[in-house]
Ligand binder design. Structure first.
Ligand SMILES: [Ca+2]
Ligand SMILES: [Ca+2]
Length: 212
């Protein structure tokens, strides 16, 4: 993670209000660089522990990354086990794009009783350039996590845990209720180490990658 992100500290617990069954897509655009998302964005409440970073190639941005799926703002966590609570829950699945050059991460979905009902291991993606300043964070992958209870009565997820090393992964186009992250497909460098990546858990769909 870039140095500019390191000073931001906090724990984890994020609340998001989402429509019951509709797909909700969040791109973080318009949130000022370095700010706690809190309840200031899109009428949603993210609690007190998720932040946004704006690309230094964009006006008012200071973070070094590239090829984000919806320029120029992304989300990151200051905790290795940040939990988003989705008050209304969602069905079908959860999807997003992420960039993490060197550290693996994982995302787990939970039902109302705290049972895991979907997870994905996110391999480190390696580094890549772009637009034109990206530090080493320029390779993105999309992930869709299906609810393992799909088809069963009352199958809904109410929280999402983002695990991994704090500050090491960026997320964008967070999408509730779909296996495909919301509109906006980034142009990204071909991950040179793609074939070597270990895709760990059920439900991980590395769906799209493009060359810039
Ligand atoms: Ca950039
Ligand atoms: Ca974005």
């Amino acid at each position: 993670m870039t140095r500019s992100l390191r000073p931001l500290l906090a724990a984890a617990a994020i609340a998001i209000g989402a429509p019951a069954s509709a797909v909700t897509f969040i791109d973080f655009e318009g949130v000022p660089d370095g700010s706690l998302i809190g309840s200031t964005y899109a009428g949603l409440s993210f609690g007190t522990h998720a932040y946004v970073a704006v690309d230094s190639d964009a006006p008012n941005g200071s973070a070094e990354f590239a090829n984000e799926p919806s320029p120029s703002t992304v989300m990151y966590f200051d905790s290795g086990s940040a939990v988003l609570t989705v008050a209304a829950g969602f069905d079908t699945g959860f999807s997003f794009w992420y960039a993490s050059p060197a550290s693996p991460a994982h995302v787990t979905l939970f039902d109302i009783g705290g049972n895991a009902i979907g997870d994905a291991s996110l391999p480190a993606l390696g580094s890549g350039p772009g637009d034109p300043n990206g530090g080493d964070i320029g390779v993105w992958a999309s992930v869709g996590i299906a609810l393992t209870c799909t088809g069963q009565p009352g199958c809904r997820a109410y929280s999402v845990e983002f695990g991994g090393v704090p500050y090491q992964a960026l997320y964008d186009n967070i999408t509730f209720g779909s296996l495909t992250p919301g509109p906006g497909v980034p142009a990204i460098p071909e991950p040179s180490t793609w074939a070597l990546l270990a895709l760990g858990a059920s439900g991980l769909l590395v769906a799209k990658r493009r060359r810039s």
